[in-house]
Design a binder for this molecule. Structure first.
Ligand code: G4P
Length: 292
């Protein structure tokens, strides 16, 4: 299964973001905690050179806690500040202000040496589609946040939201596009529901999901659906269809329906918390690239 998708409007969005980045001190980048590498575009490292960086590992409620802790350490080692977050419930939100202050310490010091005191840090949120940018902005800015009116950026419809006396946030997030160079990136994003299902073969995708569970979380499919998970993907889907009474008119198992149900369960966390990527694999693939 090969997923390639780069809509034309992304070139325009990228240009708009390049302009916005000039106005800010801090980039708040959201990634999906279940797949922190596939859900980011490393171009942001080049675009954001010289800016303070904060990475939010969002949807951490759906991710494997052990993996998320390792990713936090991995990003920290590379010089990013990180927060483990659930933007939907707000869990993790409290520690963000403190991390912003830490991430921007050097800038605040620099301002102070130049005699600029109490200028708020300006931040913008970036991330690929569906990673939780709007949910985060709404929750972080909250109802109390006042828009600060006309300043550069507003010409495009952007507004600065004053979060407190120390931080202003651009109300429109920057949209990044995933990098589909590696076939696995598309599959992983599709599995967690971050690619429009209309362009996918869901039954084939469910097969990839079954492979993933049998490899990384053996026993979970068997436990949830009370089926034998050791057969071929098609057989497992047929068994799920029968177990869940997804049947066609003639009584045959409805594989497509079972595939959709299985993907819904996976995405909604009903098959347990999962991480599709671990830092160890990333390091191993970097070493391969260097030696190969
Ligand atoms: P975007 O702006 O980056 O495109 O993402 P958006 O905020 O629209 O969020 C995409 C989906 O992810 C939404 O679900 C949102 O509720 C969900 N989401 C965001 N953050 C979290 C999180 O930390 N944990 C979980 N479990 N979900 C999160 P949706 O299906 O589009 O809507 P709904 O189910 O909330 O109605």
């Amino acid at each position: 299964m090969n997923i390639q998708w780069y809509p034309g409007h992304m070139t325009k969005a990228k240009r708009a973001m390049e302009a916005d980045i000039k106005l800010i001190d801090l980039i708040i980048e959201l990634v999906d905690a279940r797949l922190p590498i596939s859900s980011r575009n490393p171009d942001i490292d080049r675009l954001g050179q010289g800016k303070a960086r904060l990475i939010l590992l969002n949807k951490s409620d759906l991710a494997d806690d052990t993996a998320t802790a390792r990713w936090e350490a991995w990003f920290a080692e590379k010089g990013y500040y990180t927060v483990k977050l659930n933007a939907k419930t707000g869990a993790g939100m409290k520690s963000i202000q403190g991390k912003i202050a830490e991430a921007c310490k050097a800038k605040i010091e620099r301002d102070r040496r130049r005699g600029i005191i109490n200028r708020p840090v300006r931040a913008m949120v970036v991330g690929i589609p569906n990673v939780g940018k709007s949910t985060f902005i709404n929750s972080f800015a909250g109802k109390a946040a006042a828009k600060t009116g006309n300043k550069p950026g507003v010409t495009k419809g952007n507004q600065w939201i004053r979060l407190n006396k120390n931080v202003e946030l651009l109300d429109t997030p920057g949209i990044l596009w995933p990098r589909f160079e590696d076939k696995q990136v598309g599959i992983r994003l599709a599995l967690v529901g971050s690619i429009n299902d209309n362009i996918l073969n869901l039954t084939e995708l469910a097969g990839e999901g079954i492979d993933f569970f049998c490899r990384s979380y053996p026993g979970r499919i068997a436990a949830r659906y009370e089926v034998d998970e050791s057969g071929k993907n098609y057989e497992v889907l047929a068994a799920i269809a029968i177990a869940r009474k997804c049947l066609q008119k003639g009584g045959e198992p409805d594989i497509d329906k079972a595939a959709s149900m299985f993907l819904d369960d996976l995405r909604g966390g009903r098959l347990g918390r999962i991480s599709l990527e671990w830092p160890e694999e990333k390091e191993a693939s970097l070493e391969d690239a260097e030696t190969g």
